[in-house]
Design a protein around this ligand. Structure first.
Ligand SMILES: [Zn+2]
Ligand SMILES: [Zn+2]
Length: 400
């Protein structure tokens, strides 16, 4: 009996506690909840503004869907020239500069991805050939872009972009560095392709690939250190660690177009390296120079590029292999399951056999109906099976 009474007492206690909580605490938590929601809303707005500050401004952003853009591109009767350019230069009002560029380059029919920041500009884009002269003239009307070096792609069908996107960012390359902590203008010595070849052949330098693992995997200079980093941000400390104790050796840095080496060389010099050199114009311009000056090509394989081509061939060697079957291959694909989107190397046979997917899970997803996919994604938001730039061992995924 006492046992029963105790239980009833406990229940009454619980009920009282519940009522107290309900009447006294709940208004406070509700208020917190509302404030939290408002805070999240502000964050989202901030994000949207950062993503594309001109989404709302008429005429200053692309307004067509993907299919429509592809149709327009297919209907074109002229050629496009793929070009990349960058410059570290103070841009006083990045937003106004961005708007002006968008207006003028959109009018010329340019397509591509361009970042503008207070520290400069970084552009991968293409220009209709009939408008090339006008484009060069336009560059020279901006004091920030006068005589800017242009890197024109060698292997190119000019169809690498669907639309023109110009974004204002804090930095033109995400390097994670506190620029105030060292002199970013104290960069390394710029080498031409000819000087670069001579240094490699005669000076026993340390050659460092300043790109990410998936870039150096399909092509690099012979003997180069190729860090395992997924981002440039991770790469700088990794390189510093690898080169420790070699401060007096000749260091040769290279990247896709030369921009990352601008920061990397200043960073290494700041950390006590005495003889830091960098390939001027990067692999893109190296390829052009070896062709126009008939120099030896010391770069093996393909140069990874961030447009739809995902790589341009510099030499005929295939230095990487299919991540699924191990056959020689240097073709990057994104997994056909858009939720996964993993960037990996896949040969033609595997592409056919696995339907462009990285794993059995992804094949099952692409076979679901729209409805089933929706259901499958529920609660899985932001849980991509793989992060798109991770190095993942795919060799056993179809054998398990
Ligand atoms: Zn394969
Ligand atoms: Zn996948």
């Amino acid at each position: 009996m006492t046992f029963f009474n105790n239980t009833v007492n406990l229940r009454i206690n619980d009920a009282l506690k519940y009522l107290i909580t309900k009447f006294y605490i709940s208004p406070v938590t509700d208020l917190c909840h509302i404030l939290w929601k408002y805070f999240l809303y502000l964050c989202a707005m901030q994000n949207i503004e950062n993503m594309d500050p001109n989404q709302q401004k008429k005429g200053l952003a692309n307004k067509y869907g993907k299919e429509e853009l592809q149709k327009r591109l297919d209907a074109e009767t002229f050629k496009r020239r793929t070009v990349s350019l960058y410059r570290y230069v103070i841009i006083e009002d990045p937003q106004a500069f961005r708007d002006k560029l968008y207006e003028q380059w959109d009018a010329l029919g340019c397509l591509g991805r361009i970042y503008v920041a207070r520290e400069g500009i970084n552009a991968q884009m293409n220009v209709p050939e009939p408008k090339w002269e006008a484009f060069i003239e336009n560059l020279n009307t901006h004091k920030e872009l006068q005589n800017i070096p242009l890197k024109i792609a060698v292997e190119d069908d000019g169809r690498s972009f669907l639309k023109l996107t110009i974004k204002v960012r804090n930095k033109i390359v995400a390097d994670g560095l506190d620029d105030g902590s060292f002199d970013v203008t104290n960069v390394g010595t710029h080498l031409t392709a000819k000087e670069w070849n001579e240094a490699i052949e005669n000076d026993e330098p340390i050659v460092v690939d300043m790109r990410n693992h998936y870039e150096s995997e399909i092509g690099h200079f012979k003997g180069a250190i190729t860090p395992d980093a997924e981002t440039f941000r991770d790469e700088l400390p990794e390189v510093l660690e690898k080169l420790k104790g070699k401060e007096d050796k000749k260091v040769l840095l290279y990247c896709t177009g030369g921009i990352r080496c601008e920061k990397a060389s200043a960073y290494l010099k700041h950390h006590g390296f005495n003889d830091v050199n960098q390939l001027h114009g990067g692999i893109i311009d190296y390829a052009r120079q070896i062709e126009s000056e008939d120099l030896d090509n010391l770069f093996k394989g393909k140069n990874f590029v961030f447009d739809d081509r995902l790589g341009e061939r510099i030499s005929n060697e295939v230095i990487s292999s299919c991540h699924q079957c191990g056959e020689p291959c240097d073709v990057h694909v994104n997994c056909a399951n858009k939720d996964c989107n993993l960037l990996f190397i896949q040969c033609e046979n595997c592409a056919k056999e696995h339907e462009g997917c990285c794993s059995p899970e992804c094949i099952s997803v692409i076979h679901m109906s729209e409805e089933e996919q929706k259901e499958y994604r529920k609660g899985k938001k932001n849980q991509k099976i793989f992060h798109s730039h991770k190095r993942v061992d795919l060799s056993k995924r179809f054998k398990e």
